[in-house]
Design a protein around this ligand. Structure first.
Ligand code: NAD
Length: 337
C-alpha cells in the first residue's frame, strides 16, 4: 500500500514539482491537500482525484487527525510558517516532511523535533539533493577519500532576481523569509559544504551587503561567509538574490570534485571528479526523495535527512547572520546533528 501524503501550501513548488512527483512515486501518493485558497481546490481535485473528505484549510486542518488516508503531511509554506504547521501535523498524529529551510531559529527547530518525537512520528526535511546522483557520487567519494582528502571547499547559490512581487514577496520580508537568499538558497551551500567536509564547523566569519536597497528593504541581498573547521580547513559560501552563482566545489589531493550547476532540479546538476564528467542523466529528484523518505518510515530506519540535520543547518545559518552583524568570528555551540 502506498502511504498517503497531504501537501500543505499549494504554491509554486507544490504545484509544479511535488504534485507531479507524487504521480511518479512508488510508495507514496497524493491523498490530500491543505490550502488557504479555496479557488485552487477544483483543479487539484480533478488532477489528482482527491476526495472531498481529504481537503482541509488552515482552520480545520487539525481534524486531519481522524483521516486514515493521510499518513504524512508535507509542509510547503513560507519558511516562518513551517514550525506551526509541523507541530500541528505532529499533534494530529502524522509523519512530517518539512521543506527547507527548516525554520527561523534553532529553538523553533527543536520545538518541531520535540513535537514529532512526542507524537511517535518522524520529521524529515525536503533536502532533495540527497537523492541526486551527482551529489550522491560526491558524498560517496568524499566519505571514502577516493581522490584524497579535501583541502578547501567553495560554494555559491544565487541568481539575479529582478523583482519580488506577488507570491515571491515573502522571500525578502523578514517576517516570513527571515534572511532572504541566505535562507532560501544559502541553505544548499551550507548543506553541500557539510556533506563534502564530512564534519561540522567550529566557527564562522561573514559579511552581508545590498547593491539594490530599493528592493531589499528588510533583508540583505547577498551574504558571504567562511566556515572554519577544527583543523583549520575552510569552506566559503555566497548566497545572493543579486549575483549569479551555482556550484559546490572541493579541492582535493588529486584535483577537484565539483558540481556545477550545483543545486537545480530537472537534470540541472552536472558533476565532475578528477576522473572526468559524472555523466548522470536527469532524474526526478523529488520523486526519489519522497520514495526514499517513505521507505525509511516504512522500514523504521533512520532518515538520510532528519529534523536534527535541518536544525543543525539553521544553527549554522544563524551563526552566519550573527557573524555578519557583529563583524566578529562566531563560535558554534554543540550541534544537534
Ligand atoms: P510560494 O510562494 O509559491 O508558495 C507558498 C504557499 O504558501 C502559497 O500557496 C501560499 O498561498 C501559502 N501560504 C500560506 N500561508 C501564507 C502566508 N501567510 N503568506 C504567504 N503565503 C502563504 O513558495 P514556494 O516556492 O512554493 O515555496 C514554499 C516552500 O517550499 C518554501 O519553504 C521554500 O523554501 C520551499 N521550496 C523548496 C524548493 C526545493 O527545491 N526544495 C524549491 C522551491 C521552494
Amino acid at each position: 500500500k502506498k502511504l498517503g501524503v497531504a501537501l500543505l501550501g499549494l504554491g509554486d513548488y507544490s504545484t509544479n514539482q511535488l504534485g507531479p512527483a507524487l504521480k511518479q512515486t512508488k510508495n507514496a501518493r497524493l491523498a490530500g491537500i491543505v490550502t488557504g485558497s479555496p479557488e485552487k481546490i477544483p483543479k487539484w481535485q480533478k488532477e489528482y482525484e482527491i476526495p472531498d473528505g481529504n481537503i482541509y484549510n488552515y482552520q480545520n486542518f487539525d481534524t486531519i487527525a481522524d483521516n486514515k488516508d493521510i499518513d504524512i503531511v508535507y509542509v510547503v509554506t513560507p519558511t516562518a510558517l513551517h514550525p506551526e504547521f509541523t507541530i500541528r501535523a505532529a499533534q494530529a498524529g502524522k509523519h512530517v516532511i518539512c521543506e527547507k529551510p527548516m525554520a527561523p531559529t534553532t529553538a523553533d527547530c527543536m520545538r518541531m523535533i520535540e513535537a514529532v518525537k512526542k507524537a511517535g512520528k518522524t520529521l524529515q526535511i525536503g533536502y532533495r539533493l540527497h537523492w541526486d546522483p551527482n551529489h550522491m557520487r560526491l558524498m560517496d567519494a568524499m566519505k571514502k577519500k577516493e581522490f584524497g582528502d579535501w583541502k578547501s571547499i567553495s560554494t555559491a547559490n544565487g541568481s539575479v532576481m529582478k523583482s519580488f512581487t506577488g507570491l515571491n514577496a515573502w522571500r525578502i520580508g523578514k517576517d516570513l523569509g527571515i534572511a532572504g537568499a541566505l535562507y532560501d538558497m544559502g541553505v544548499y551551500c551550507v548543506q553541500g559544504s557539510l556533506y563534502t567536509a564530512g564534519m561540522n564547523p567550529v566557527s564562522v566569519t561573514a559579511k552581508h551587503f545590498t547593491d539594490r536597497p530599493e528592493i531589499f528593504k528588510e533583508v540583505p541581498e547577498t551574504y558571504e561567509w567562511v566556515l572554519e573547521f577544527a583543523d583549520g580547513r575552510k569552506a566559503e559560501g555566497t548566497s545572493s538574490y543579486g549575483r549569479q552563482g551555482n556550484f559546490l566545489r572541493a579541492v582535493v589531493e588529486k584535483g577537484v570534485v565539483e558540481i556545477a550547476p550545483g543545486y537545480n532540479y530537472g537534470g540541472g546538476p552536472k558533476g565532475r571528479t578528477p576522473d572526468g564528467e559524472m555523466n548522470f542523466g536527469p532524474v526526478n529528484q523529488q520523486a526519489l526523495q519522497i520514495d526514499g523518505q517513505v521507505a525509511s518510515i516504512l522500514a523504521g530506519t533512520p532518515s538520510l535527512v532528519p529534523g536534527e540535520m535541518g536544525a543543525r543547518d539553521i544553527q549554522v545559518i544563524n551563526g552566519i547572520i550573527e557573524a555578519a552583524e557583529t563583524g566578529k568570528a562566531f563560535t558554534f555551540g554543540k550541534f544537534p546533528y
